[in-house]
Design a protein. Structure first.
Length: 105
């Protein structure tokens, strides 16, 4: 697992890159704030349920949560499941809001 910043991810998105971003928060959190990620709650990953992500097993996957704690656990679990290029988004949605404001979520 490597780490990245909200600034680096936003720059890549602004440059038109298609990124595999996984949000490991729960549904209610996801629907309140979403940066264009695929919802895959940590509770499912803890049960090794990630079948819908099989197609991106060897691609870069950026994992985020609310503050960066759950995404670390999720990143470790995903690596154990065979994902080869997992990147943790440091600070999660909290850092995103702080850097870019709520209107950019």
């Amino acid at each position: 697992m490597t780490n990245t910043t909200v600034q680096a991810v936003k720059e890549r998105l602004d440059n038109g890159e298609q990124l595999n971003i996984i949000d490991v928060r729960e549904s209610a959190e996801y629907y309140n704030d979403n940066i264009g990620a695929i919802l895959m709650p940590l509770s499912k990953l803890r049960n090794f349920e990630a079948d819908n992500l099989e197609d991106i097993l060897d691609q870069e996957i950026i994992v985020h949560c609310q503050s960066g704690k759950r995404s670390i656990e999720a990143s470790i679990l995903m690596e154990q499941m065979g994902f080869t290029n997992v990147v943790n988004l440091e600070g999660g949605i909290v850092a995103w809001r702080k850097a870019f404001g709520a209107e950019n979520i």
